[in-house]
Design a protein around this ligand. Structure first.
Ligand code: TYD
Length: 136
């Protein structure tokens, strides 16, 4: 699979703002997939490490609803590290990208919008298998 870490993009979530606060809206124009699943990470210990896998077909959009965390991305050739810390800026992760998420701030919440339901068969959980997948 040819996707690269440069295909991973920070997208701004349109936000309605007034003196009462901010309201961010993810509609279909905002992300390039239909949402089939929503899940979130919370109560994450600061020394915890999540991810450590890639997906064959899944698109995901990560939004740091609260606090901050780092997303380390690999495509088998290049790497990128992105800090997410603004609730109106999400990260679009395309299929075929290895990701590791770490350095969660206290009380941080990571919302994930996904293009499909949970399917363990869509995961690549061993880095060696990921490298093979990227070569084919
Ligand atoms: P995993 O995707 O590996 O979590 P992370 O990438 O955040 O480290 O999933 C952790 C566990 O939760 C694993 O046993 C699968 C299960 N799980 C579900 O049952 N449904 C889901 O939608 C997700 C994302 C995970």
């Amino acid at each position: 699979m040819k996707t690269s870490v440069n295909d991973v993009k920070i997208l701004e979530v349109p936000t309605v703002s007034d003196t009462r606060g901010k309201l961010a809206v993810v509609e279909k124009e905002c992300i390039p997939f239909a949402i089939k699943r929503v899940y979130y990470l919370y109560d994450v210990p600061s020394d915890s490490y999540r991810g450590g896998h890639a997906h064959k077909n899944l698109y995901q959009f990560l939004i740091p609803l609260s606090g901050s965390f780092e997303v380390h991305l690999k495509d088998g050739v290049n790497e990128r590290k992105i800090t997410l810390n603004k609730p109106n800026k999400g990260l679009l992760i395309v299929p075929g990208i290895w990701r590791e998420i770490a350095n969660f701030s206290s009380g941080s919440v990571c919302l994930v919008l996904a293009s499909n339901v949970y399917e363990e068969e869509d995961y690549i959980r061993k880095y060696k298998d990921f490298e093979l997948f990227k070569r084919t």
